[in-house]
Design a protein around this ligand. Structure first.
Ligand SMILES: NC(=O)c1ccc[n+]([C@@H]2O[C@H](COP(=O)([O-])OP(=O)(O)OC[C@H]3O[C@@H](n4cnc5c(N)ncnc54)[C@H](O)[C@@H]3O)[C@@H](O)[C@H]2O)c1
Length: 404
């Protein structure tokens, strides 16, 4: 779970820095909360730091609390921050409830599943002067930021043709995925392909205008049918094409955690340009004397999330994952610090100004500057269910997706 692997450690580090105060973690039931509390790596890295569990750990493991998050939100003082890391289909209602309760929001990707909902979140948050950041952490990978700067400065020319790949490990098929990753609900393009579509948009500023996705179906161990592989073709507004291959099938015994990469060919004057990122093998390998995750030899990604020694107690999280969380929660914190003590009307005006500024900068994904992602997801679902027929995206006052 992303709360264990990135969000909680990143927030613990912000607590050390004085940016975050008391932390409450709310889940559907107690097992994930117990696992978080007892995670030996987190205990070792963050000695003396803890969170309040909701529901309380004394509750029976099989009792579920689907509406408890509403009570937890209702009890919060206004203008704190809420981190939403629940299943995709719940994001919309939870983000809206947090905004109704006057909270800034960090939401994991995808913000919501429908473009109309992203627009609703954007308008409501702006009206209330609350910041909503969508946690697309690949944007904070230094290689993405470097590519964006050089692209902005014209050093590559124009993006024309590219390919991206993200293949998750085989063992996902044996996890809880088999209960929800079914053909009617999602597919590998929607689940992970969207990261690279967002990244190409982030680097180039080009909007996708047509999406066609074909899937390969297969059975999960429990017999449910899902798209286990997908290939998507995304056409951008300048005519460029990105091919995106995704799946649940990287060998469990492989040294990488998954397989992922991006290549973008560009043209400028009488010369070709290229951006090429190997996001799987980043040049570091470890062989451990005791197997971890069933294998001894690992490709190490030093860039996303690692716990490292620092000048304080325990270990500190470093990488573009923690950077991304810190940027979003730091923005909410800054907005509050800047408007503290101001009268309500000028404070609201200032908060809105800061939100619009973040929208314009486009470094942190916000509902306003990243809604192309909701359109791409909508188009991809329509296309894969129609056996790969292209779906076009029309922009304008009310953007629309339609099968061609
Ligand atoms: N690279 C990324 O950006 C990335 C990676 C992984 C997951 N995610 C996203 O994070 C989200 C969670 O994914 P995950 O893999 O951590 O899933 P998960 O199933 O491990 O965790 C989901 C959590 O939501 C909680 N939950 C469900 N219903 C609830 C309710 N009604 N009230 C309170 N809590 C509730 C569950 O208790 C569980 O702890 C998804 O939206 C996923 O797409 C993003």
């Amino acid at each position: 779970m992303i709360t264990n692997d990135l969000l909680l450690p990143a927030v613990y580090q912000l607590q050390r820095a004085g940016v975050a105060g008391a932390i409450t973690v709310c889940a559907l039931n107690t097992p994930p909360l117990k696992a978080l509390k007892e995670n030996p790596e987190l205990k070792q890295a963050f000695p003396g730091q803890d969170f309040l569990a909701q529901p309380a750990l004394a509750e029976p493991a099989d009792r579920t609390f689907p509406a408890l998050y509403k009570e937890v939100l209702a009890r919060m003082p206004p203008r704190q921050a809420v981190v939403v890391a629940m299943p995709d289909n719940l994001h919309y209602e939870v983000v809206m409830e947090a905004l109704r309760r006057d909270q800034h929001v960090l939401c994991v990707k995808p913000l919501v599943l429908k473009h109309a909902h992203a627009v609703e979140v954007e308008k409501f948050a702006l009206e209330k002067g609350l910041f909503v950041g969508v946690e697309y952490h690949k944007r904070f990978d230094r290689r993405s930021l470097i590519a964006r700067r050089h692209y902005e400065l014209g050093h590559f020319g124009q993006f024309v043709m590219g390919e991206a790949k993200l293949i998750e490990p085989w063992y996902y098929r044996h996890s809880n995925f088999q209960n929800w990753f079914t053909c009617d609900r999602t597919d590998p393009f929607v689940y992970i392909g969207c990261h690279y579509v967002d990244l190409v948009f982030f680097i180039t500023g080009l909007k996708p205008v047509e999406v066609s996705v074909s899937g390969v179906k297969g059975k999960f161990p429990n017999g449910k049918e899902g798209y286990l592989w997908s290939n998507g073709r995304v056409r951008f507004e300048n005519g460029a094409i990105l091919s995106v291959t995704n799946g649940l099938g990287y060998p469990d015994q492989g040294s990488g955690g998954n397989e992922q990469c991006l290549t973008m060919f560009c043209e400028g004057g009488d010369c070709g340009g290229i951006i090429k990122h190997d996001d799987q093998f980043r040049g570091v390998t470890h062989g451990y004397v005791e197997a971890k995750g069933g294998k001894h030899h690992h490709f190490i990604n030093p860039d996303f999330f690692r716990l490292v020694p620092w000048e304080g107690a325990g270990y500190k999280p470093v990488g573009y994952g923690p950077d991304s969380v810190a940027a979003i929660l730091g923005m909410a914190h800054r907005i509050e610090a800047e408007t503290a003590g101001m009268a309500e009307a000028p404070a609201l005006a200032r908060r809105r100004e800061r939100i619009r500024e973040a929208d314009r900068r486009g470094i942190i994904a916000t509902p306003a500057n990243s809604a192309i992602n909701e359109l791409v997801v909508e188009a991809a679902r329509v296309s894969i269910l129609a056996d790969g027929r292209p779906a076009s995206i029309a922009y304008g006052d009310s953007p629309r997706v339609a099968l061609r």
